[in-house]
Write a protein that binds this ligand. Structure first.
Ligand SMILES: [Zn+2]
Length: 202
């Protein structure tokens, strides 16, 4: 093999590697079948921050960092510490954990859990220490501020982790104010909340 040939192979590898990374990224992360998600138009969920605010989705469905298995239908939104977190849907507060501080691998999370009365519950995690503005038993409206965001628990950067469960596993949901991709937020995309036409909850 000549020196020139060796250099060409090297050059090809350098070009192909990022491309392979991109291909792997898109096949290994993100929703596999959007038709399994309820359509956004009839979704009872709004993006969990104040109307008109904009947030970056830093990890979505089947996110390669931690949204796998039973946690696959979860969303992480970047939020500077102490940003307002709003209820994505009306319900009853059934759990508030806000005494933890600090972050790290397997570090205990602060979180708020809201029961929607139909067997589903929303989970809002990594909130600031003493950052909850609701208590267990409170009835909250959609878009009501429930907490200040943080970076507490199993978290690498300030963000909100949000998912819905049916009591066990996370379930696929969409957001009424996400207009593309059937209402399913995607990793590394920005989303602006807008909920003036919110569907009235049952
Ligand atoms: Zn997460």
């Amino acid at each position: 093999m000549t020196k020139m040939q060796r250099w060409s192979i090297f050059g090809l590898a350098i070009t192909a590697l990022p491309l392979l990374g991109v291909v792997l990224f898109f096949t290994l992360t993100g929703p596999q079948d959007l038709s399994k998600f309820p359509p956004s138009e009839t979704s009872p969920y709004l993006l969990p921050w104040p109307d008109g605010g904009c947030c970056l989705c830093i990890q979505g469905v089947r996110g390669i960092v931690s949204h796998r298995g039973a946690s696959q239908f979860a969303y992480d939104f970047y939020m500077p510490i102490a940003s307002d977190i709003c209820a994505a849907r009306a319900g009853k507060v059934v759990k508030v954990v806000q005494h933890h501080d600090g972050n790290g691998r397997k570090w205990p999370n602060n979180a708020i859990v809201i029961d929607h009365g139909d067997g589903t519950r929303a989970y809002y995690a990594h909130i600031k220490r003493a950052g909850a503005s609701v208590s267990v038993g409170d009835i909250v409206e959609q878009r009501q501020v429930i907490a200040a965001s943080g970076n507490v628990g199993n978290s690498m950067m300030p963000h909100l982790h949000f998912h819905i469960t049916d009591g066990g596993r996370t379930v696929p949901i969409s957001f009424q104010d996400v207009k593309k991709d059937r209402g399913v937020p995607r990793m590394f995309k920005m989303y602006t909340s807008g909920g003036s036409t919110a569907i009235t909850d049952r």
